[in-house]
Ligand binder design. Sequence first.
Ligand SMILES: NC(=O)c1ccc[n+]([C@@H]2O[C@H](COP(=O)([O-])OP(=O)(O)OC[C@H]3O[C@@H](n4cnc5c(N)ncnc54)[C@H](O)[C@@H]3O)[C@@H](O)[C@H]2O)c1
Length: 260
Amino acid sequence: MRARYDLADRIAIVTGGAGGLGRGIAHALIEAGAIVELWDADCAALADAVAELGEGARARVLDITDAAAVEVAAQAVFKDHGRIDILVNNAGVLGEVKPVWETMPENFQRVLQVNLFGSYLVTRAVVGLMRRQPARASAITLHPLRGHVVNIASIQGKEGMAKAAAYSASKAGLLALTKSVAKETALDGIIVTAVTPAAAETAMAREISAERRADILGRIPMGRFVEVEEVARLVLWLSSDECSFSTGGIFDLSGGRATY
Ligand SMILES: NC(=O)c1ccc[n+]([C@@H]2O[C@H](COP(=O)([O-])OP(=O)(O)OC[C@H]3O[C@@H](n4cnc5c(N)ncnc54)[C@H](O)[C@@H]3O)[C@@H](O)[C@H]2O)c1
């Protein structure tokens, strides 16, 4: 029997929710009963995602690097629903796949801007609101819980990766952001975690060459890519009251590539 989570009436935000992993995560959250706001910059993909996910999904066209727009969006969700229970910082870009000396400074800046600064802006706005909302009564734990934040980092943020310095650095930064915010909110009942997936079959993975793909696959002891559903299942647990004492934790999803 599959593990079941009761997220009835929970309000969730999934950034990059129109993309491959974001859509899968949103699907799992909706199936568990949550209402999910998909925040994504891609208008057409958002419309497609909402049509696919059906009732329970809401679309908001948003560039997470726009501080003012993020603030307005967070306030709007809070006003509409009265609270925000779950934030999944998932929006991200890969950027140039080149050795550092061949890359453009604008690329480095852009990748950091979306993957790290954007996640910071969304966290800043949403966690600020989460802290102000009353703790929820939980059927699972007696300890007060106000919210869960899950950051989608990458195995490359742990290990680094040739030809992906900006991407790896942005994800390493996201891991440090996770641990820092977790310490700041530890007494507020806000659980902040991150996952570090290996490659998954999404639009992002399709950006790389066949040669690099084979190289990445060769680094994964289990000999395959992670499935979107496998990422979604872990994020689901991390978003639920079942996860009540693991704040600051970094959860691996790399098929044995990282043993730490
Ligand atoms: N696919 C992989 O192999 C893999 C592995 C490890 C981690 N990840 C991470 O998972 C997350 C999701 O990636 P994916 O594989 O689903 O890729 P994807 O390209 O399918 O989805 C990314 C989504 O983010 C959105 N986005 C990008 N910039 C944005 C911005 N500034 N504001 C709002 N939305 C923006 C895109 O429109 C897209 O819908 C990313 O953070 C990525 O780094 C992916």
